[in-house]
Structure formats: structure tokens, C-alpha cells
Design a protein around this ligand. Structure first.
Ligand SMILES: *Cc1c(COP(=O)(O)O)cnc(C)c1O
Length: 348
């Protein structure tokens, strides 16, 4: 089996509810900061001290415990390279709890690991014991996504810590791309000090609306982080991201406003899906996964015909008939909810 990231067909216009992006765009303060970039600054290699300081302050860690990356994607790739480094001529395995973000298995395989998939339990409960049972001496990295994409369900912190204790030889990579929306994170958990093999990955793409600028962060113990730093190109985060990040992090009002829009949007989606008798899962993230069954493909194409793009996740493990809908600005969600009502009447 070969793993790869399947890029979604991206329409030029219409309502994008298929990639969990911030549907309201970034804070206006970010655009102001970008406009302030000078010709000289563009000509120089970027300095990251302000961006690192801002991110570390925001996440509540010392700057030395944080690495900025060109999107969380780069952090996933670098962690895989480092995890597999000591395994050059030996067999190595990566455990991925599935369904999961495609890049995890794709990067682990590219770095030389055999990917071992551990599925979520029925109803997407987190399989702590199954992951621990899958750990071997050759397990080099374990990917856990919390809240999960595409289910929106968080993994229990004590389960993650038990896994980290059971696999001290492996990097336990906790992908927290959606932690802004759940409001809970392993970062700052005092138990983390006992588990230097845990690396937490964050992104500023989703809640802060910086997806196109590519900016993420890895947080973890010094030694692991230093190894990953060596794998990263020294200037992989570009000037635009370095300038945008402090501006985005300073505008707390915009961030809090957006999080409230997302919460309200999820309530609206739940109410609509309840009315339409479509099962769904309560989500800790900025999207909702709903099971339309046989109608999933039709629902997606009929919504697309109305200029509304959602993601058919049927091919994901355990997600047959499931569609993932981004919950962003309430007004956007309302358009989607109204269209869903029409579309479901048409395909019933
Ligand atoms: C979006 C996403 C990422 C990638 O974040 P970038 O910063 O855009 O690279 C990583 N993990 C998960 C689970 C995601 O959904």
C-alpha cells in the first residue's frame, strides 16, 4: 500500500467548506503587518525571534521548547525523518491511529517506515489499549490526532500518556491542529515532563486563518526538539509567515470572535442534521462529520452544483457514507444548512 495526500479539487469560487479553513479569512491586523514589509526585509533572510517569542508566549512554553515550521505539515515530515534516522538499515514501524490526516502515513512511509494502522473503535472511541498492543521495539513514531480529523473527537490525555510510557523508544506525535477549537491541549500538562518522547504539533492555519502563509509549530522536550531542528531547513518559514504570526497572535479579539462563530456554526449544523435525521458526531474541532450513507456522493455533488464544497470522507477508515463539513462563519454555515435541506429533499 502506498500512502499519499489527496489534494482536494479546489474550485476558483464558491463556499469552501471542504478543507477546514478559516472561512472568515485572517485578522485584518495580519494584512496590515504584511503591508508593512519593506523591500530590504524581503531581500534579507528572515529573523524569527519575534515570531518564536509570540508563539511561545501564546502557547505558554519557553521559546527553546518550540520550533516554528513551514506549516504543521513540515513538522510531521521532519519528525518522521528524525524518528527513522537511527533505523537506516533496520526495519522500522510507524503507528497511525486511523482515520487520520493523510500526511502522517505518507511521511512515515517516505522516511522508511512500515505503516501500522490502528483503527478507532466503534463510534470512533480512542483505542489506547490497541495502540499499546501494537507497539514493538521497532516502533519509531506514533501519530495521534486530537481532536481527530475527520471525526472531531478528542483523544483522552491519560491514554496518550500511557502510550508514551509504553513506547519510550518512539516519538509520540500528538497532532493538535484543531486544539484551538477544543480549548484543551497537552501543552502545559505537568505530566508532559515525564514523557520527553511526546511532540505536540500545532498549526496557525486553521483558527488563525494563515493557511496560505504556511506556519505551524512543534512543542516538546529540548533534546527531541534539537534533533528535529537539525532536520529542518534553517529558513523554511518565510518572511510573510514570520511577520503575520505575531500580528495574528496579538489580535485576541478576532481569534475569540472566530472561535465563537465556530461554536455557533456547530450548533446550527447539529440542529439541521437533527431535523434531517442525519447521524453526526459532536465535534471538538471546526468541522462536523455526518453520516449520509448511500446519499453521501450525491449530497456532495448537489451541494457543489450550488457552489458549496464539502468533503466526502467515505474512503477513510470507518467513515463509509460520511461527509465532513467545515464550521466557520455562521452566515456561511447557514447557507450550507439551507442548501442541505433542499438537497436532501431532492435525493430522498
Ligand atoms: C490541516 C492539518 C494539518 C496541516 O496543517 P498545516 O499547518 O496547514 O500544514 C496537520 N494535521 C491535521 C490533522 C490537519 O487537519
Amino acid at each position: 500500500m502506498t500512502y499519499l495526500y489527496e489534494k482536494a479539487v479546489t474550485p476558483k469560487s464558491g463556499l469552501r467548506l471542504h478543507l477546514n479553513e478559516n472561512t472568515g479569512g485572517c485578522s485584518p491586523a495580519v494584512l496590515d503587518a504584511l503591508r508593512g514589509i519593506t523591500a530590504e526585509a524581503v531581500a534579507f533572510y528572515p529573523d524569527y525571534s519575534e515570531a518564536i517569542g509570540a508563539a511561545a508566549w501564546r502557547l505558554g512554553v519557553p521559546p527553546s521548547h518550540l520550533l516554528l515550521t513551514n506549516g504543521l505539515d513540515e513538522g510531521i515530515l521532519a519528525a518522521c525523518l528524525v524518528a527513522m534516522r537511527s533505523a537506516r538499515r533496520n526495519p522500522a514501524e510507524a503507528i497511525v491511529v486511523v482515520p487520520a490526516f493523510d500526511m502522517q502515513a505518507s511521511c512515515a512511509e517516505t522516511a522508511g517506515a512500515k505503516v501500522v494502522e490502528v483503527p478507532l473503535r466503534d463510534d470512533f472511541a480512542f483505542p489506547t489499549d490497541e495502540v499499546i498492543a501494537a507497539v514493538k521495539p521497532i516502533t519509531r513514531i506514533i501519530f495521534i490526532t486530537s481532536p481527530n480529523n475527520p471525526t472531531g473527537i478528542s483523544a483522552p490525555p491519560d491514554g496518550i500518556l500511557r502510550i508514551a510510557a509504553a513506547a519510550p523508544q518512539a516519538i509520540v506525535f500528538v497532532d493538535e491542529a484543531y486544539a484551538d477549537f477544543s480549548g484543551s491541549s497537552l501543552i502545559g500538562d505537568p505530566a508532559l515532563a515525564a514523557h520527553p518522547n511526546i511532540i505536540v504539533g500545532r498549526t496557525f492555519a486553521k483558527a488563525y486563518g494563515l493557511a496560505a502563509l504556511r506556519c505551524g509549530a512543534l512543542v516538546g522536550a529540548l533534546e527531541k526538539l534539537e534533533a528535529i531542528r537539525r532536520a529542518l531547513p534553517p529558513y523554511s518559514v518565510n518572511l510573510a509567515a514570520a511577520v503575520a504570526l505575531p500580528a495574528a497572535l496579538r489580535d485576541r479579539a478576532y481569534y475569540e470572535w472566530y472561535l465563537e462563530q465556530v461554536r455557533e456554526s456547530k450548533r446550527l449544523l447539529y440542529a439541521t442534521l437533527d431535523r434531517l435525521a442525519v447521524p453526526y458526531w459532536q465535534s471538538d474541532a471546526n468541522f462536523v462529520l455526518a453520516r449520509f450513507g448511500d446519499r453521501a456522493a450525491d449530497v456532495c455533488s448537489l451541494l457543489a452544483a450550488r457552489g458549496i464544497y464539502v468533503r466526502d470522507r467515505s474512503k477513510n477508515h470507518g467513515c463509509a457514507g460520511c461527509v465532513r463539513i467545515t464550521a466557520g462563519i455562521v452566515e456561511h454555515t447557514r447557507r450550507c444548512a439551507n442548501a442541505l435541506e433542499e438537497v436532501l429533499c431532492a435525493v430522498r
